[in-house]
Design a protein around this ligand. Structure first.
Ligand code: NAG
Ligand code: NAG
Ligand code: NAG
Ligand code: NAG
Ligand code: NAG
Length: 416
């Protein structure tokens, strides 16, 4: 009798050989669809505007957790659009998922899976959701196990262990067994009970189809200086400004046991705005060449575009300043970029070859924007191909314009 251990190592060697002989093409071109941009907002990004032919998977966001383990709610995300979303996806051969959680919707993830009884109840809640809407899959966006993103999440040192038990139980369910199960993750592995990123996520790899690394909001209004939103690399940055990147994230998750072909690179179709004085915006003595890591005035948060969050009190009761988020279409609308995504004449522009991300500057408003364009998406696509990752996932599908971004990453990653 062949021991299972020996058999699996023989298969692993064989599998490795097969991969080396014939590189696998990426298979996941995913978008997140923000339901709250689907109606009752200007501009609207309706279901009929989704470029389905560019995507293999589309995830409706968000089903938010609630204090009652028996309920998740789509109430903040135009729930009436869900049936139309799923049938449009299916008509185009695209897998329809719902994303559970999100920044504000993760507040009760921890309590909903804290005990065996709650895990069973939450499995039933999500199986019912999937059945109700005829979904192909569930995407878990818990921000974050053992580390409250928004600040008032229920949370516990056992979050990551409970999360694994929960997904394992969902896989045992006859409906759950057939669903695509994915997770949107931070750039470092899930936090373990000791407070550090897990050194072993291999059990997650057995029950999840893939993870999407959210390599965006790495830099933003919370950074000490103007920083890249979605850096591809950061080891090449000055030591003080190494905040993580696609490269560091893939390395960290892979080292912890997540196979490369189950890693999807999450990429942003938006940028962050910073108030930067003209005297700080340019390299020493230059009137045209933008400076990297410029200081900015954090109390003068600039407005992004029409979808940007205005100042207000969040779900935790904490005051949040203007978001400063600008979609790729917003950069075109506000005159930084041409409709084809190229930079308008006269607009100060810098492409940082370390982070592989661009910056533009408005001399009148003294606003600097760190964002992504076709060139940076091509760099990310090449990285996906060279690392043999599973593909990409765009937050959010509605941020793009004329498919400039999605077409660029598809082509570079090897989808076209
Ligand atoms: C969602 O909205 C419906 C209809 O207004 C309401 O009945 C329900 O209680 C809401 N659910 C949650 C969890 O807020
Ligand atoms: C289990 O879920 C219920 C909500 O349905 C919640 O009130 C309770 O606190 C949860 N248990 C734990 C230990 O978090
Ligand atoms: C600015 O230029 C001067 C003269 O070339 C140089 O000595 C100085 O180090 C530069 N400062 C910065 C911040 O680059
Ligand atoms: C930063 O912005 C605030 C609000 O607009 C302003 O009051 C303050 O003077 C600015 N600080 C600097 C150093 O420019
Ligand atoms: C800069 O801001 C001004 C004032 O809002 C606006 O008129 C102009 O179009 C902007 N320029 C660019 C390049 O975005």
């Amino acid at each position: 009798m062949v021991s299972p251990l020996l058999l699996s190592s023989v298969l692993a060697v064989f599998h490795g050989f097969a991969l080396a002989a014939k590189p696998t093409a990426p298979s996941i071109a995913m978008g997140w669809y923000a339901g709250w941009h689907g109606a009752n907002v200007d501009p609207v990004f309706g279901i009929s505007q989704i470029p389905w032919d560019r995507y293999t998977h589309m995830a409706y966001s968000f089903a938010e957790t609630t204090p009652d383990v028996r309920l998740v709610t789509l109430n903040g995300s135009e729930p009436e659009l869900m049936p139309q979303f799923v049938s449009a996806a299916h008509a185009h051969g695209v897998k329809a998922l719902v994303t559970v959680g999100g920044w504000t919707g993760s507040r009760y993830w921890s309590s909903n899976i804290a005990t065996a009884a709650n895990r069973t109840a939450f499995v039933n809640t999500l199986v019912s959701l999937a059945t109700q809407y005829n979904l192909d899959g569930l995407d878990f966006d818990w921000e974050y196990p053992s580390a409250s993103g928004i600040g008032c999440n229920t949370n516990s040192p056992s979050d990551t262990a409970n999360f694994l038990s929960f997904i394992q139980e969902l896989r045992q369910d006859p409906v759950g067994a057939k669903l695509i199960l994915s997770a949107a993750t931070a750039i470092t592995p899930f936090i373990d009970a000791d407070g550090n990123p897990s050194a072993d996520v291999s059990e997650f790899a057995k029950v999840l189809d893939h993870i999407a690394l959210m390599v965006y909001d790495v830099g933003g209004e919370w950074s000490p200086v103007v920083s890249p939103n979605g850096p591809l690399k950061d080891a090449c940055a000055p030591a003080d400004f190494q905040q993580g990147s696609a490269t560091s994230a893939v390395d960290a998750w892979h080292a912890a046991g997540m196979p490369l072909n189950q890693i999807v690179l999450g990429v942003p179709s938006y940028g962050h705005s910073f108030a930067v004085a003209t005297s700080d915006a340019f390299k020493n003595g230059s009137k045209t060449e933008l400076a990297l890591y410029a200081p900015f005035n954090a109390t003068a948060a600039p407005a992004g575009d029409a979808w940007d969050d205005t100042p207000g009190i969040d779900e935790c009761g904490i005051f949040e300043a203007q978001g400063g988020v600008i979609q790729f279409w917003g950069l075109i609308e506000q005159g930084y970029l041409n409709a084809d995504g190229s930079v308008k004449d006269g607009v100060p522009y810098l492409y940082d070859t370390c982070s592989e991300t661009p910056y533009v500057y408005n001399m009148t408003t003294e606003v600097m924007i760190s964002f992504d364009n076709a060139k940076s998406f091509a760099a990310k696509g090449k990285f996906i191909k060279s690392q043999a990752l599973a593909g990409f996932a765009v937050w959010e599908a509605g941020g793009d314009s004329n498919n400039v971004l999605v077409d660029s990453i598809r082509e570079a990653a090897g989808f076209l």
